[in-house]
Design a protein around this ligand. Structure first.
Ligand SMILES: [Zn+2]
Length: 247
């Protein structure tokens, strides 16, 4: 097959793939939200695209559904371009998408949220949806695990966790330099909020903590570190999926 992305395939291609044993489908869950002055609003969606495809390739016999976007981004609404949906809406969309894939005969549906605000709704959705499906529904929704894996990759390049940042810092900027370099505005890269992270950004919104929308130091980013993030996170997801399927 020349593509495993459902949106690029015809229906006979999808039918044949399922018949040939492509029984796992990856569903990334991204966002459309501000990512500082240097990264596009689709950053988390592009992260979903790249992790989805790499995980499916590494896993084998797996297809990738279109990355769901927008996501739950209320805390970014002070910045133009952010489009947010409510957690209730996201849960409804996930329910409908999973039921559609289930009806076509996929046996394993894997949800991969790539935006922090989607993790809690994805976990809630899984509890609601799983009993309604014939397929196994698995959510890879460990935000701490994802951040520590990304920080680990950045540490190999001498970048601290504070610089890596949790939003539009060196880590996400590196990922985008590796996957969508044309969309990274290098001259706009800045050092954002570097202090201790509390939940103020949730209560009061991102702008109350960082006027540029950046947590971390984007200037410490590099394409090589981004490639390492993609490699390590893909590896982690594949291991997690195998462990979940065996349990
Ligand atoms: Zn992001």
């Amino acid at each position: 097959m020349d593509t495993i992305k459902i949106e690029e395939m015809t229906w006979p291609m999808v039918k044949k793939a399922i018949e040939k044993g492509y029984k796992t489908v990856i569903v990334p869950v991204g966002s459309i939200e501000q990512h500082g002055p240097h990264l596009p609003t689709g950053t988390d969606t592009f992260a979903g695209d790249v992790f989805g495809i790499r995980v499916a390739e590494r896993l084998g016999k797996a297809l990738v559904a279109p990355t769901i976007r927008p996501g739950c981004s209320e805390h970014h609404m002070d910045f133009p371009g952010t489009i947010t949906i409510s957690p209730e809406t996201l849960i409804r969309v996930l329910l409908d998408v999973c039921e559609a894939l289930d009806r076509h005969g996929f046996e394993n549906i894997i949800l991969i949220p790539t935006h922090g605000g989607n993790f809690a709704p994805v976990i809630t959705a899984t509890q609601i949806i799983a009993p309604r499906l014939k397929a196994n529904l698995i959510a890879l929704a460990d935000l701490g695990g994802l951040i520590s894996k990304m920080n680990g990759a950045m540490a190999e390049f001498g970048v601290s966790a504070e610089e890596a940042g949790s939003h539009s810092g060196a880590a996400e900027t590196s990922l985008m330099m590796a996957y969508k370099p044309d969309l990274v505005r290098g001259e706009e890269m800045t050092t954002g909020y570097m202090g201790p992270l509390t939940s103020k950004y949730v209560r009061a919104g991102f702008k109350a903590v960082t006027p540029t929308g950046v947590f971390g130091d984007a200037t410490k980013a590099s394409r090589k570190a981004g490639e390492r993030i993609i490699e390590l996170v893909t590896e982690m997801y594949v291991e997690n999926i195998k462990r979940e399927l065996e349990s």
